[in-house]
Design a protein around this ligand. Sequence first.
Ligand code: PNS
Length: 166
Amino acid sequence: MKKAVYPGSFDPVTYGHIDVITRAAKMFDVLTVSVLDNKRKQALFSVDERVRMLKEALKDLPNVEVESFSGLLVDYCASKDIHVIIRGLRAITDFEYELQNAQTNRLISNGKVDTVFLTTSLEYAYLSSSAVKEIACFKGDVSPCVPKFVADAVYDKYKDDSRGIL
Ligand code: PNS
């Protein structure tokens, strides 16, 4: 059984994530999409909300499951007997951070966990969850970036103008 994990913050899920997930799901028997429960980083959506949005966005992909994790990614991989991490590379600006994470994860897992990079489709090369939040915060149109139900959820978070989280 070929398994992989696609970890991330997904605050919120974008078409860029969905593109990478759809393509990775074709390469593995089971793909686990896992939301990092990061107590040190303030997010717009709770982990439960992010998991729920991902499940809705990915409901037509039968071999994709959605979970959350905390702590080290390599420990989570070990607990699920997963040896492959999927990450998307958008532009050269992602490269250094991703290379560092990939090398470190391989090192601290004693070579058991490797990272496979998928280049994002060109139309999503500059798309990010942060950009979606910033556009929505100023009432811009996020429909090219996220599914409608995600857009509605983001606008809803900013509707009283009191949320400063981008
Ligand atoms: O969507 P993001 O925020 O770019 O995802 C980053 C993520 C979740 C992949 C990364 O922060 C992570 O794996 N965090 C878990 C903690 C960990 O294992 N850190 C060591 C990596 S060097």
